[in-house]
Design a protein around this ligand. Sequence first.
Ligand code: MN
Length: 233
Amino acid sequence: MASEFVFSPVPMVSVPVVGEAARFPVHRIYCVGRNYEEHAKEMGFTGREPPFFFIKPATNAVVVNAGETGTVEYPPLTKNLHHEIELVVAIGTGGKNIKAADAHKHIFGYAVGLDMTRRDLQGEMKKQGRPWEIGKAFEQSAPIGPIVPAAKAGDVANAEISLQVNGADRQRSTVSKLIWNIGETIEHLSTAWELQPGDLIFTGTPEGVAAVVAGDTLVGEVAGLPKLSIKIA
Ligand code: MN
């Protein structure tokens, strides 16, 4: 029998949903750049510039179940792999030109994510005015924990967000310090792209980004959501 495809397609990436048997199928991964003032400053900017977007392929996700520790292989070419702890917004209803006030109608839920970054390669691309993909959109660059449906997630807009490496604090802030809050982020994003169910939005990282090495264990948390734990192999 002739097969539909010339080789087996990559399986759909999906994320477990807390309290539900059905999983959340991932369409795209959007990331917001410099969405916390203190992080923009540590990256050499003023914190007054508007945030912006970049994209990772869905297949960059490392999906980690609640209570488990995922594994991320230290990626090639870099000597400066950075962690960026982020609140992730999971889109359940698509749309374009969504107003911030209506954004909640499009949100399925929330998760904790890590926007892993080859900072040295990203910096080189910035210097040359070239695209960032080599610094941002590489294999296993987007660890993510389970998605909590919005109604059960509590007040994520004001939740504490933190990351510990080997038990020591690296990043600690609050989601209320987002430059573009969740609604505004969806408003800006949906003017540029038509959001689809299954889109994930990594909303940006607070200050304290730094390097990890093989053997490190990272535990990220947004209060009210399951922790995200990974080990660098
Ligand atoms: Mn980021």
